[in-house]
Design a protein around this ligand. Sequence first.
Ligand SMILES: [Mn+2]
Length: 316
Amino acid sequence: MMEKIQVFIEKVRNAKSIAISGHKNLDGDALCSALALMKLIELNFGKKATVIFDGNVPRDLDNVPLRKEAVFHKSLPENSKYDLYILVDYGTRKNLGEIEKYVDAADFVIEFDHHFNDDLVGNLCFDDDEKVATAQIILDMIKVVNFNIDKDIVDLLTLAIITDSGNFKFVRYSDVFKDAALLVEKGADIPHLVNSLNNKDKKTVLVESKVVSEAEFFMKGRLVIATINHADYKKLDGRGDIVLSLLAQIRGVQFVVLLKEHKEDQIGISIRSREIPINEIAESLGGGGHLCAAGAVVGDTLKNVRSLIINLFKGM
Ligand SMILES: [Mn+2]
């Protein structure tokens, strides 16, 4: 770890321009880890890194500290170039979206990620797929080097852990609680931070509840498939987390699949499982993710993808 951190310090120190990005369509971990690193670099190196994103930032994250500092890639000046690019929580190259060209143009790429990925983009990689959030990997580095941190960084790292752990529901290893304890000691107010995330638009919650009420059950209730048509998809903000979590609360439900009609022939798929791994199903559809929470995007119609899913889950 120390040798890698030395390289990190040297690269940040020597960089003339630094950009930081997470995966396309930011979630709490990607956005907050990126902003935390930006502030860390500012506090410890006196440099301003640019946080760049592609896709949507859900309204839930509006109250995140420094949220306004994140720049949509289309608002960047033409021909922007960064000599150091830092990727956080990106998963695989495919999830980079439009920022891929900036990453490829950079002289050096550093990544922090907790997704399993056998085709790493970074030249220097801080990866650990046993962490519940990428923010924990950044916190590990802070602990080793004793970097200066402030309230924004503490709150951002805590928010990343809260969101990616589903309010600590997906925690497998004790290190998360040690990290959370440290952050609380440093001033993180967890009830306040959790509450700051309750910021969805009314139309989003109403559309998600409608989708829940129209979900279809298969395999004696073990598989539930919810679908969001294109008109409703436009009111959705983020992944449809309410749909996924509400349906998973039903007794007997093992797998929840949410199909989102991005376009007539492009369907976003989110898959959640209580315990049985489903990441291979997502991978077979060209996607990926975690063992029990994964997804993919398929170029086909809603009707065809629905049949495909029913077939893939046969025998599970
Ligand atoms: Mn994450």
